[in-house]
Design a protein around this ligand. Structure first.
Ligand SMILES: [Fe+2]
Ligand SMILES: [Fe+2]
Length: 676
């Protein structure tokens, strides 16, 4: 490739870059030429950069999804060429579009990747990038990260004698304002103003004033706020920023309302409305309706207050559903394979960049997700280690659940309406693996109680029987026994055998319970003259549990594990896309008829994911040989049990049938059999 061609392509691309927004027709002419020239000479770098620039032209005319597509095509080429500057720019551009689409998670993921690759290329670009990352953290309400990022860039800019220091201070001001830390917001915005002094950047000066005014409003210094809002208004109007102008008028209306100067409040509302209609901002329009509603409410005109409120909320709910559609589209355009490829490339480069001794903040989202997976698996292994008899339970549950969701997604008969997204599958994966994490908080004496009386209690009981026997024998020879004592002695061995058999039974019938009570009544006088009961009240109470091994108070403690699961998991800052992990995980003992725990949820408040988890949890516990002395149920027996629970209105019958008819119940057959 001759230098001349390279230089010419670069020149054409630069011409095209300068004209994206100002003179797009001429700009596109330059871009076409750059693209053709690169193609003719098979200059791949030129093709990659032209493709990216085409994306910018799409974006300029509002074709956001087309722009993302172009950027991603360009990204593929850049990765092949190992042009990391290009890779960074592509990620930056993709992230910017996602931010415009309010897809802040995705935007952040791309900007983080851009950041990893950008530091050594161009300080101006790097600085812009970090500022944008800080703003995204703000959008995602991750204040701490946003503040850290802002301070990081302030240090970086100071070190490099970089001028536009007001940028990060404006962001800091915004963050503090949103957090309600008004004094800090004031300080940051004023600091930004000092850096702005010599620059004539009106829009940023306007923004600073807006923050200051907002802070005054928050601090209830209304008169000061009015002055600064008016100053901000002038600045915004002269820079043609209608969105902020509309917002300022609303804020002014709010302050006048607080000061009970209703006429002024109305006047500013009207201006705000005119501005939002003129610039067709439905969001701004709805917010003005809310403001009107507040004013009428203060005038006790509740009918009008209600009407305006209704108008505002109708628009908001329409916007909300539009945002959902956008989200769906955005997620669809995310290319998983490409993501993995990018990650690999990013990681290999990562190793060569020595300054990237990573803090968690510096990790990309995909890396974080890998780290999360590893952590989750380590925790699951810890749960398994504590109770080895149930080891593998959570992993098998994850398997059953995901297979169930996968097959439901393909079903065209009964579950056409159920379609799980990739995020929901991921959410289920974590929830299934961690559903019993709350058991870590349960005492071992309860968690590991696999019989009605624990082995040491049974041993003590045996000793007691031996003692009773020897006492009775001594007395028989010395002074003789009464009729009751003769009976006791005769049935002693048999009673002990009976008690031992009761101890490991799954279910006790009335006859057994009655016999236990009979034994409890038996008492003899020992060699020292003390009365000794064959079964004391503690032993009777524990042995008489009809089903399972736990007495009522132990059972209450055990049930707490589901609530503990929620508490544990809520401490983890899950990504927004999988935020329901704590709820799903902790609901695995809920029943459709409301008889479950920990919250007693019922019917529709139990989602499909939660229903699936509760079915597979029961099934797994029944089929796995988790008790050394109890045979596990066969798969057919366990399915039968599920069905009868479903018929009692406790489980979702359609899902239980699906679980059986699709053969999902056989998924871990070999694993279970090899275990038993
Ligand atoms: Fe559980
Ligand atoms: Fe479980």
């Amino acid at each position: 490739m001759s230098d001349k061609i390279v230089q010419e392509v670069e020149r054409l691309l630069e011409e095209a870059r300068l004209r994206v927004y100002k003179d797009s027709e001429t700009g596109l002419g330059f871009l076409d030429k750059a693209f053709e020239l690169s193609k003719t000479h098979d200059y791949k770098k030129g093709i990659a950069w032209s493709t990216m620039r085409y994306g910018s032209y799409d974006l300029a005319v509002g074709f956001r999804y087309k722009a993302i597509e172009k950027y991603k095509n360009s990204l593929k080429l850049m990765l092949e060429l190992k042009d990391y500057q290009g890779v960074s720019r592509c990620h930056y551009s993709i992230g910017t579009v996602y931010a415009l689409l309010s897809e802040f998670d995705l935007a952040l993921a791309h900007l983080m990747k851009a950041k990893v690759l950008s530091k050594n290329y161009d300080p101006t670009y790097y600085m812009k990038l970090i500022n944008n990352i800080a703003s995204l953290y703000l959008e995602l309400n991750q204040y701490e990260n946003a503040i850290n990022m802002s301070h990081y860039i302030i240090d970086y800019m100071k070190k490099n004698n970089y001028e536009r220091l007001y940028l990060p201070y404006v962001i800091l001001g915004d963050i503090y304002l949103k957090m309600g830390k008004y004094k800090e917001a004031l300080f940051s915005a004023e600091k930004a103003l000092t850096y702005l002094e010599e620059k004539e950047d009106i829009s940023y000066a306007g923004k600073c004033n807006l923050i200051i005014a907002g802070a005054y409003k928050g601090l209830e210094y209304y008169d000061e706020a009015l002055i600064v809002y008016n100053r901000a208004l002038k600045l915004h109007e002269s820079s043609g920023d209608y969105q902020n102008s509309s917002q300022i008028n609303r804020s002014l209306a709010e302050i006048y309302l607080k000061k009970k100067e209703i006429d002024y409040a109305f006047r500013h509302c009207q201006t705000a409305m005119t501005l939002s209609l003129k610039h067709r901002s439905e969001d701004a329009e709805s917010k003005v309706y809310f403001m009107y509603s507040k004013i009428y409410e203060s005038l006790e005109n509740y009918q009008k207050a209600y009407d305006y409120y209704k108008k505002g909320s109708e628009i908001q709910s329409k916007l909300y559903s539009e945002r959902l559609v956008n989200k769906y589209k955005a997620v669809k355009t995310e290319d998983i394979e490409l993501e993995d490829l990018e990650l690999e490339e990013t990681l290999s480069l990562d190793r060569t960049l020595s300054e990237l001794k990573t803090t968690y903040l510096d990790l990309s989202l995909s890396e974080k997700s890998e780290l999360t997976d590893a952590f989750v698996e380590a925790i699951v292994d810890t749960i398994d280690m504590r109770d080895t008899t149930t080891s593998g339970h959570s992993k098998r549950i994850a398997k059953y659940s995901l297979e169930m969701m996968r097959q439901l997604n393909m079903d065209k008969e009964h579950f056409k309406d159920i379609r799980f997204t990739d995020s929901e599958m991921k959410e289920m994966y974590y929830a299934a693996l961690l559903h019993d994490i709350g058991k870590l908080a349960i005492k071992e004496s309860i968690l590991l109680k696999h019989q009605r009386l624990t082995p040491d209690r049974i041993e003590a009981l045996q000793h007691k029987f031996v003692y009773i026997k020897s006492c009775l024998k001594v007395r028989l020879e010395s002074q003789g026994l009464n009729d009751d004592e003769v009976d006791i002695l005769a049935s002693l061995d048999e009673s002990l055998d009976f008690i031992k058999s009761v101890n490991s039974k799954q279910y006790l019938d009335d006859f057994t319970i009655n016999r236990l009570n009979e034994i409890h009544k038996m008492e003899m006088i020992d060699c020292d003259g003390f009365g000794v009961k064959l079964l004391d009240i503690f032993e009777l109470q524990h042995l008489s549990v009809r089903r399972g091994n736990l007495i009522e108070s132990e059972w209450i403690d055990m049930k707490e594990h589901a609530r503990k699961t929620k508490e544990f998991l809520e401490n983890i800052p899950w990504l927004k896309s999988i935020k329901n992990v704590p709820l799903i995980a902790s609901s695995h003992h809920e029943k459709l008829d409301g008889s479950g725990y920990p919250f007693g949820l019922s019917g529709d408040s139990i989602s499909a994911q939660m229903r699936i988890l509760s079915i597979v949890d029961i099934f797994e516990a029944l089929t796995a040989s988790d008790r050394p002395y109890k045979a596990p149920m066969t798969i057919d027996q366990a399915v039968y049990t599920l069905k009868s629970e479903a018929e009692d209105g406790k489980l979702d019958i359609k899902l239980v049938n699906f679980f059986e008819s699709k053969g999902i119940c056989y998924l871990c057959k070999e694993e279970i059999e090899s275990k038993s």
